[in-house]
Write a protein that binds this ligand. Structure first.
Ligand code: 6PG
Length: 240
């Protein structure tokens, strides 16, 4: 049974504040539990507002960043200083503005050969979460977006990556983008303790409606945490 919540927000500003509140409230609980909080950041443009808010004095002083471990849910296969890099976006909006130890930042190596980057990140997850073979990492929080086609992270409709049941990280070639991507696999997403979709704008309304329909096999609809909480933070103009 999926424990899920839908939070309707007036606009991106309210969505970002609601998300920041949840992030800062979650941090102490997770840290007290395991002494650290593991978060996989989403890419794209929507979360940029949230990251900037988390770096602002309103929030950055409420979060013990040395106990927060930052990962990525997906990455473009580009260098970290490339305009399309999800790492670069987070670096500019958040990482460069907070006191977080460099060893707490677990970047996907978008600059190297995609399959090698996926294997490297899988090893990083296995080491950090002290996984046995076949074990799944359990992130305290995974942030996600949704594309107009219903993709999430870099799991796109029709991609073989959606059928991955063993590997933690895969590097699918995305036909429509004519490029490779790096992404956590569905089993990893669905093993998280908390998943948060951040969705803004009328262009997402149809994808959200399909994802909520229950019958959809859109990648975003396949995010169904096995034992975790799923929260959709949606602006009103993106709500079905
Ligand atoms: C990426 C993301 C992707 C994103 C959606 C929504 O690397 O692009 O991880 O899944 O969340 O495409 O992107 P926007 O927030 O820009 O609409």
């Amino acid at each position: 049974m999926v424990d899920h919540e839908i939070v309707l927000c007036r606009d991106i500003a309210e969505l970002s504040r609601q998300s920041a509140e949840r992030f800062s409230q979650l941090a102490p609980e997770s840290v007290e539990g395991a002494g650290r909080m593991s978060v996989a950041l989403s890419g794209g443009s929507t979360p940029k507002h949230l990251y900037s808010l988390l770096a602002s004095p309103d929030y950055s002083n409420r979060i013990r960043w040395n106990n927060v471990e930052l990962f990525w849910g997906d990455e473009r296969c580009v260098p970290p200083d490339h305009p399309e890099s999800n790492f670069r976006m987070a670096q500019e909006a958040l990482l460069s503005r907070i006191q977080i130890p460099a060893e707490n930042i677990h970047r996907m190596s978008g600059e190297i050969q995609p399959q090698a980057a996926a294997a490297e990140y899988e090893k990083e997850l296995q080491k950090f979460f002290a996984l046995n073979s076949g074990g799944l990492p359990r992130f305290d929080l995974i942030l996600l977006g949704i594309g107009e086609d219903g993709h999430t992270a870099s799991l796109f409709p029709g991609s073989n990556a959606l059928n991955e049941t063993k590997r933690l990280v895969v590097a699918p070639f995305i036909e429509k983008l004519k490029s490779f991507r790096l992404t956590l696999s569905l089993p990893v997403l669905n093993n998280a303790a908390n998943l948060g979709f951040l969705v803004a704008g009328p262009s997402k309304a149809d994808a959200v409606k399909q994802a909520f329909s229950g019958s959809s096999d859109l990648p975003a609809a396949r995010v169904q945490p096995v034992n975790g909480k799923l929260t959709w933070l949606i602006t009103r103009d993106a709500a079905p």
